[in-house]
Design a binder for this molecule. Sequence first.
Ligand code: ATP
Length: 245
Amino acid sequence: MTTTVTLAASMRGGTKDYGHGDAAVRALDGIDVDIATAEFTAIMGPSGSGKSTLLHTLAGLDRLTAGQSWIGETEISALSEDKITQVRRDKIGFVFQAFNLIPSLSAKENITLPLDISGRDIDPAWFDEIIGILGLGDRLTHLPAELSGGQQQRVAVARALVARPELIFADEPSGNLDSRSGAELLGFMRRAVKEFGQTIAMVTHDPTAASYSDRVLFLADGRIVDEMREPTADAVLDRMKQMGH
Ligand SMILES: Nc1ncnc2c1ncn2[C@@H]1O[C@H](COP(=O)(O)OP(=O)(O)OP(=O)(O)O)[C@@H](O)[C@H]1O
């Protein structure tokens, strides 16, 4: 029996240089990677190994110097900035450490902003489900400044999920949270993958956070040097130690 894996994102020969001459840094050095649909992928590696650069170039927030990358079937490395912006808006949700909530908008307005911007309707049942699972029902009229860090982060997750993006990119999503809120958030992300078929790619330094994923990619010096399926926190920690982290 053969099974076809659908790809939510991929990269071939991904190379990214910053700066010029003596100051030049090769942040990505010929990366080949596939992000399968309905899978939770964690990206780990020492500081400066290229994790954020990989996430940003996969998401079309930054351009490769050489090589190709795709979101679904669309080769974004071949598109103009305007077209990339459109692909990002239509297909991608972001959960970054700086929550990027708009201070003057309520939690609910922040959550529905991506749909409002792209002129799409809100699916009320889906909205209610996300809000229920994230426990934000009694916080929807609050401004971000009136919410705890954990609640703000959950608003950012709800905003990323509400448009049912094909792919969510997360950069240290639990980084600013206490361990209980972090575990809740990661548990929810895992549920979104298992129960709703959401695809998530997440950068993290934390072996426990990585253990919520289906697959960990290990980066070193801009290259993928290893991967691990069904990771446990201990196995990830051992691997990181071997890498001299
Ligand atoms: N805008 C930039 N200009 C110049 N160099 C950069 C830029 N962004 C990243 N770099 C360099 O590229 C390399 C990879 O950086 P990147 O942020 O992707 O690593 P990382 O693995 O995410 O690191 P960390 O875990 O510390 O966040 C580093 O050497 C970094 O100094």
